[in-house]
Design a protein around this ligand. Structure first.
Ligand SMILES: NC(=O)c1ccc[n+]([C@@H]2O[C@H](COP(=O)([O-])OP(=O)(O)OC[C@H]3O[C@@H](n4cnc5c(N)ncnc54)[C@H](O)[C@@H]3O)[C@@H](O)[C@H]2O)c1
Length: 308
């Protein structure tokens, strides 16, 4: 398996359509499944939009791919070489659905989970063949962010890791192979940053708008070009050592989530989906305009970096 001939993507919510579009663009016959007919219907537009964005990105392309929409999980999985699970982040649900996969797919199919942090070992715990279960953690939006964390569980076979790495490279993304740690690497870094950001805004050190400016232009822009390990070389390890020796002690290490967030979640202010969170959104058009600007920015930055 490099590009899987047939891929089943299970769960057509936020992540499923972009994943399906990415695989189909590279020639895979993709079946996108959801238990909710309404979600599946909406996923048609989501998949089409993701395909258009992949076109704007000049993403790798191979003929023969397609996406079909399937309410029946058995039919979606039939003949699949790769199954990618993207159902809600609940261990019981994931365990149940992996038991279904084991019943319906061929014994050599790879079973991947897009879990954001549930240990792959736990998801595979009661399966007869845990060696073919592996974490495949896409970043949102999945068709735009070309990095996927590959996370083997304790019983995943090394051959399955190699197989998935080859597949990810074949559709033009960068695989990052990790050991199993809570949250995986990308989210550990993101949440460390977010904790410090929220703390500084809560303490009134900086306004939230200035926080966004500082991180976008002072850190994000730079980190899009140079990773943190090479950044250490660029800055000088001696400088890092002297600053970190006093600053690390002062950084936020709260175990609890800040009231700046919990007060809002308690009041039903969840962000763009409720037209208000850290910022307020006038209406759905305002949210859509924000989302479009973010998508356009991600496309532009990726194209620029790809050309370097
Ligand atoms: N949203 C993100 O930014 C993001 C990023 C990376 C990873 N993930 C992970 O991807 C997974 C999916 O996240 P999401 O944001 O797409 O969730 P979502 O809630 O948007 O979509 C999940 C979909 O799964 C469907 N579903 C529920 N039970 C099902 C079943 N038994 N069979 C088929 N479909 C079923 C639901 O109807 C829903 O449409 C989660 O594990 C999440 O942690 C999410």
């Amino acid at each position: 398996m490099t590009i899987p001939k047939t891929t089943a993507v299970i769960g057509a919510g936020t992540m499923g359509p972009g994943i399906a579009a990415t695989l189909s663009r590279c020639g895979s016959t993709v079946r996108l499944n959801d238990i909710d007919a309404g979600v599946l219907e909406r996923a048609k537009a989501g998949t089409e939009l993701a395909s258009q964005i992949l076109g704007r990105l000049d993403a790798p392309e191979a003929p023969g791919g397609s996406v079909s929409f399937e309410l029946d999980v058995d039919a979606a999985c039939e003949g699949a070489d790769l199954v990618i699970e993207a159902v809600p982040e609940r261990l019981d649900l994931k365990r149940e659905i992996f038991a279904t996969f084991e019943r319906v797919v061929a014994s050599d199919a790879v079973l991947a989970t897009n879990t954001s942090g549930i240990p792959v070992t736990d998801i595979a715990a009661h399966l007869a063949h845990p060696e073919r279960v592996i974490g495949m953690h896409w970043s949102n939006p999945p068709h735009v962010i070309p990095m996927i964390e590959v996370v083997p569980g304790e019983r995943t076979s090394p051959a399955v890791v190699d197989q998935l790495v080859a597949t990810i490279k074949a559709f033009g993304f960068s695989p990052v192979v990790e050991k199993e740690v809570p949250g995986f690497v990308e989210n550990r870094i993101l949440y460390a940053i977010l904790r410090e950001c929220v703390s500084l805004v809560e303490r009134g050190v900086v306004t939230q708008a200035d926080m966004d400016t500082a991180v976008k232009w002072g850190i994000g822009y730079k980190l899009a070009v140079i990773g943190p390990m090479r950044l250490l070389d660029m800055a000088g390890l001696d400088i890092y050592q002297s600053v970190a020796s006093y600053l690390n002690k002062d950084l936020c290490n709260d175990a609890e989530v800040s009231p700046l967030v919990t007060d809002r979640t308690g009041a039903g202010k969840l962000g763009m989906k409720t037209l208000g969170g850290m910022y307020e959104y006038a209406d759905q058009d305002d949210v859509n305009a924000n989302r479009s600007r973010i998508a356009a920015g991600l496309v532009a930055v990726r194209k620029t970096l790809q050309a370097l």
